[in-house]
Design a protein around this ligand. Sequence first.
Ligand code: DQA
Length: 149
Amino acid sequence: MSPFSILVLHGPNLNLLGQREPSVYGSTTLADIESQLTTLASQLGCQVTSLQSNHEGHLVDAIQNAAPQHQGLLINAAAYTHTSVAIRDALSAVSLPAVEVHLSNIYRREAFRHHSYIAPVVIGQISGFGAQSYALGLQALVHHLQNLS
Ligand code: DQA
């Protein structure tokens, strides 16, 4: 039984999933994703806590305060992926293992989405599998943590 607690962070506009550009992001709501992650977490023997915020500073605060309660971060920083040095610096500062996820394949979209400030400071990135990106990301993160301990 893994003792890990994972903080799942959702950035701006992800509260609108299900109604927001369904041709890009699908019809799954954020509540659906959180429920799927909770089920998967119990299968993996870990716990997840989710937080969505439209505010950069709230996400920075959550990253800073994640340890010691949480041992890893699963993050979809949404638009802040492409703009936020502050979120990148917070991830670097806490040095908690993190996995970056995106519902859409950011490399098949507009050029401004091709750069992630976060990618260089996380273990890895999963992009393009819809809600399944979160499940794949959680599995990868737990596997990484299990190999550390
Ligand atoms: C996103 C991709 C970002 O470019 C976009 O700003 C989002 C969602 C995704 O999950 O595909 O809000 O992170």
